[in-house]
Design a protein around this ligand. Sequence first.
Ligand code: GLY
Length: 362
Amino acid sequence: MKYLSGNEIRNLWLEFFKGKGHLVEPGASLIPNDDPTLLWMNAGVAALKKYFDGSVIPKNPRIVNVQKCIRTNDIEHVGKTARHHTFFEMLGNFSIGDYFRDQALEWAYEWLTSEKWLGLPKEKLYITVYSADRETAEKWVALGIDPSHIVATVDQNFWEIGEGPSGPCTEVFFDRGEKYGDFSIEAIRDDIENDRFVEIWNIVLSQFNAKAGMKREEYPELPSKNIDTGSGLERVAMVVQEVETNYETDLFYPIIKKIEAISGIDYHGQMAFKVIADHIRTVSFAISDGAILSNEGRGYVLRRLLRRAVRYGRKLGIEKPFMAKLVDIVEKIMVDFYPNIRTQKDLIKRIVSREATKFLET
Ligand code: GLY
């Protein structure tokens, strides 16, 4: 496998899908503009709902994006597993009533396995499919996936997250080998927490409009059959950089090193380092997109994250405000793709310092 930096993966992703006739949709703000059902942008498709439900016609029915996302429902996993975050970037390609299953899977296979792109060995790929969806299973096999690597599930393979586009999906897992645990198809099929098989891509055959309070069978159909995919950049980076967890990728490791320098303690995979590194990215990007700290809603989520990070800092013996120093590192890692993080840096540092000082005083 060839090493690719986080930056390279993003750029290659956009280049690959531009080459397949997709228009780049710039990533949206983490703060949803006109979607009262959402606290934060939480998936690549969240910013594109207007195209899926037909209320806006896109300039091009093929779209590619890199979307900043915040999800705090997994917060207890952050730092414990190799791959959970409160802030992450989702690589996505989308078809609004244009291509569907066959074309989406052909391009997926090419992106994953071609030496020109990720160049992952196909023997290491495992694929889940919705049990009733034989066509998807057959297509993966026709492309070159061994039938024993296809896992049919009933419950895992329907994608929805709140209101909006949803549908049956097919997920790509990468097998990181024995070093990360015993082989277990059940781990994939039954979604059992493990470090060996990492889900790196979810391809949704997006056909329904999920509505709060409705049963799945009752969701209205979207105006067309669509494709919506999400591939977590940090996970892809972990796989191609062949590191133990997302935190040792180039997207995080410089932050970890800085925490080592501030605390005088060696990392050795400790959870506190990971929690702090995760939370400072979330807080930095949320503030750079205009969020402020407060005692309710979004601002409260941020305040809790910031305080949580300070508490984990204390576990490492750090008694002085230190989070603002990490903002410089977040900027260095991310500025090429997100120049806004540089323009907003001073504001982020001011807000972070003030809150940490106040919290430590109490
Ligand atoms: N919308 C597909 C995903 O985020 O996994």
